[in-house]
Structures are given as structure tokens and as C-alpha cells.
Ligand binder design. Sequence first.
Ligand SMILES: C[S@@+](CC[C@H](N)C(=O)[O-])C[C@H]1O[C@@H](n2cnc3c(N)ncnc32)[C@H](O)[C@@H]1O
Length: 262
Amino acid sequence: MTYLMESDEEVRRLRAQASANSYADRLRLTGLGPGQVALDAGCGPGIITAEMLDVVGPRGRVVAVEPIAEHLAAARALLADRPNVELLQAALPTLPLQADTFDYVWCQYVFEYLGEPQSALEELVRVARPGGRVVVADIDGVGLWNWPFPEDLQQESQKLLQALREARFDVHAGRKMFHLFRRVGLADVRVHVSPFYVAAGAVDSRLHEDWVIRFRTLRPLAERAFGGVAPYDAFCQRFLALLDDPDTLKYAIVLTTEGVKH
Ligand SMILES: C[S@@+](CC[C@H](N)C(=O)[O-])C[C@H]1O[C@@H](n2cnc3c(N)ncnc32)[C@H](O)[C@@H]1O
């Protein structure tokens, strides 16, 4: 299993990203409730697993799976004093979990990395119980919705997107879920749109740092697409300046798709 964004800074980036929002409302809106047995698939450092535990309460239980040992260790440390959680090292599309088990299955920002999403979704459906809810939250075009967005910078951004596509990263994973949910036979499929970030003006220091780490991690991948490190670094500097510009709007959305297993 390879994870495109893996670096020694990734746990810190994911922790900061997940901590920037509260998820309890979105979890409740999509069907998570007290006493339920829930799965967090691809839990990263476990920030949202902790919120899931708060929602299911003392009579509920959460299982969290994560393939990368360092992310799992961070989740274990965070959740060490929580009694009703189990953490497992495993990767989609093959989870060491019994079929028909979970009332609620949550998977956020994982499908964007999966070159073959259908088998992963089928695995999430397999482990949900009949009548249980499967929920996938994912991005739709991060970094593309900026205004003003100079034409040449837009074209340079396409080079990075092309490099990401070649690495099987799907920047539009979120919009593809509704169709996929229908195709695998989930019922009552609904989609919720929420902000991933909104910066009317300069981004805050957390978001600036997030992009610095992204660009640094992606440098080996992007180098070829840009014809060398120097043009790539120049693009990154211009993009970061756009993020820091007090007079431009930057935003990105998350699509959360939910469906019920028959
Ligand atoms: C962007 S992080 C999101 C973490 C967490 N879900 C969140 O929303 O904060 C993506 C996580 O998915 C994990 N991952 C990558 N490939 C996976 C796979 N095939 N199955 C499950 N998790 C995977 C990564 O190791 C990483 O921790």
C-alpha cells in the first residue's frame, strides 16, 4: 500500500487539518447516534474517531482501521484512555472485519487516494449491517476555486493535477460517490455539501502551513511535470502568495455522501 502524501510531517498535517473543524454535527446529520457500533475506515491520527466516540457515548463502540503504522500509533496515543474503541492495522479494500457488523461506516479523505474506488466501497457495504449507514466524505477540486486566479497560474495548476492523476490521486473523488453509491445498490442516497476551507482574504497560518507541506511532499512527483524543481518551486511560491493575498477568495468543498444498506 502506498500513500501519496506520506512524509514525516503527515501526522502533524492531518492532526491540524482534522482539528480545524468539528465533525459531530456532520456525523449526527448522516445517522451516527448514541449506542451505535461504528467504523472509521482510514482513521489517520484518530481525531475524528474521538468525535465518533463522543457521539456514540458509553454504550456504543468504534472500530478504527488505518494502514500506516505511524498514523495508527498517533491514534492509539490519542485514544489510549477511551475504553470503547478498537484500532486495527488494515487497508481497503480488504478489512479483517465480519460482514453485517456496523450500524454506521465512516470514511473520510481516503477514496481520493484509491485508484479503484468500487471495490473499496463494496467492502464498506459488506461490513455494514442491513439497515446500516455507509458515509463517504471527500474533496472536490481542492486548490482550484480561487478568484482572481491568474490564467497562467491556472494553467500551471493543471500540470500539478496531471501529475496527481498519473499517481492515481482523484481530486474529484467527492463528486463521483453519488453514482458509485447507486451502482453498488445503496438506498436513500443523499449528498451534503460543506466547506473544506473558506478564506475570504489571506488564509490563516494553519492553512498556509498545510499547503507548504503538501507542496513539499509532492515535489518529487511534480518535478517531472514542471520540467525541473526550479519551475515547480516558482509555481508553489506564486500559489502561496495567492493564498496570502488579502484581496482574493479561496475556497474548497467536501461532498459527504450517505446511503443505507438493504
Ligand atoms: C487524508 S488522511 C484522512 C484521515 C482521516 N480520515 C481524517 O479525515 O482526518 C487519509 C488516510 O487514509 C489512509 N489510507 C490510505 N490508503 C488507505 C486504504 N487503502 N485503506 C484505508 N486507509 C487508507 C492514510 O494512511 C491516511 O491516514
